[in-house]
Write a protein that binds this ligand. Structure first.
Ligand SMILES: [Mg+2]
Length: 254
């Protein structure tokens, strides 16, 4: 047991991983094609900071689908996209882990922080990326594209799941770490501390405009002690309730 605690939520793409290749986008295109027969394309579509469900909806709208048809088709398409990704994904994403991430997660774990994911990835795709990057066991909970309609909503859900999972963390402050303005806005809308890292498509100066509490070029230059709360602040922690091992928890997995 360490001497401090926190709930720390991470975005995936551009924050934990970068440069992982086209497999994810190709899975969305192929999932849509399998269910609807429509051939779509990401040409000219900005994907950073978005939710997969919004990307799928936007591609379907371009293909002539009405809002009602999109809503009806989304669950089946999401499942098809996940299946395609699991079938075609790279076998090893460890080379694509962002600088400083592994050391950073290790230090947070030493301090008994409860770690969660907040990502626009579809559920199975997000967890699979973590597994292939060798990061799966750091995370006990997550909120994914299927869990809500906005990143702000997902961030709130992930924090609730972290509190439910780690009872001692109920009173702990929450930090959301991401690489996009949408991560900063989601953190602020929930009253969480916002940490921005310039390992995605946005430069540090651009992220700074959205007024995150902390901004760093990479997690390698960021000291985890800055987001670890003093032990005394986490009242529940004193009761001695211990967090369940991340290995045995499937919350957020559908
Ligand atoms: Mg991102």
């Amino acid at each position: 047991m360490g001497d401090a605690a926190a709930i720390v939520l991470f975005d995936i793409d551009g924050t934990l991983l970068r440069g992982v290749g086209p497999c994810h986008k190709e899975a969305l295109i192929e999932g849509i094609r399998q269910v609807t027969g429509i051939t779509t394309s990401f040409d000219g579509v900005a994907t950073a900071g978005t939710l997969d469900r919004d990307l799928i909806a936007s591609l379907l709208a371009t293909g002539g689908y009405s809002d009602d048809r999109i809503r009806a088709a989304l669950p089946e398409i999401a499942e098809a996209c996940e299946a395609v990704y699991l079938r075609n994904c790279a076998s090893d994403l460890r080379p694509f882990v962002c600088p400083g991430v592994r050391r950073f997660l290790e230090q947070l774990r030493t301090h008994d922080a409860a770690l969660g994911l907040v990502t626009g990835n579809l559920n199975a795709i997000g967890w699979k990326k973590m597994e292939l990057a060798g990061l799966r066991n750091y995370f006990s909970v997550g909120a994914f594209s299927q869990d809500g309609h906005t990143r702000t909503e997902l961030a709130g859900i992930a924090a609730e799941r972290a509190r439910a999972h780690c009872q001692w963390a109920r009173q702990c402050p929450v930090t959301l770490i991401g690489d996009h303005a949408n991560d900063i806005l989601a953190a602020k809308a929930n009253g969480f501390r916002s940490v921005a890292v310039a390992t995605g498509v946005s430069a540090k100066e651009e992220l700074q405009r959205f007024l995150p509490d902390i901004v760093a070029r990479t997690l390698a230059e960021f000291n985890p002690a800055e987001i670890i709360a003093p032990y005394e602040r986490c009242q529940e922690r004193r009761t001695g309730i211990k967090c369940t091992s991340a290995h045995h928890v499937d919350m957020g997995i559908e």
